[in-house]
Design a protein around this ligand. Sequence first.
Ligand code: FES
Ligand code: FES
Length: 181
Amino acid sequence: MKTVKKSKTKLEKAHISLRVNGESVEVAFAPHKTLLEVLREDMGLTGTKHGCELGECGCCAVLVDGQPVLSCLVLGLAVEGREVATIEGMADGTSLHPLQQTFAELGAAQCGYCTPGFLLTAKVLIEKDAKPTREEIKEALAGNICRCTGYIKIYEAVELAAARMRGEQAEPAEESIYGRQ
Ligand code: FES
Ligand code: FES
């Protein structure tokens, strides 16, 4: 249950229960904090990245009840009782998610700052649509900004992961790894 304790002089911490990466947790935090701040500062989940804080870069994206949400625009108090998924929960134990694998294979992550947001957003896309077109991938990822890759590797990595998740024995094209020859 959501509680906000007040004292005579200051507003004290809020205390909420929610599920994060499949586990029930309770967390206490200053009630003005965003979900991004609560995840990073109060839960130690620093995989969610802190970028513009204006809803423009997408690097803070997490999933709330299975949908991508910009955690810099959501109050921590708003996720009371909800299911939050962050990049820390994407791998299955020591097995990378197919998207994590293809991002690594293709060099779709360079500095990596944007990568958690791309991975979680792309995961929702390919769970809804097993064979998205390049245009559908671009549209789904339009809210995520990458300053390093030029996007092509990211789109190719999503296509390759989707193919593998459909059961195809897909490998990266040589030109995707070595460039056009
Ligand atoms: S930090 Fe949230 S969109 Fe940029
Ligand atoms: S890999 Fe550096 S911002 Fe995308």
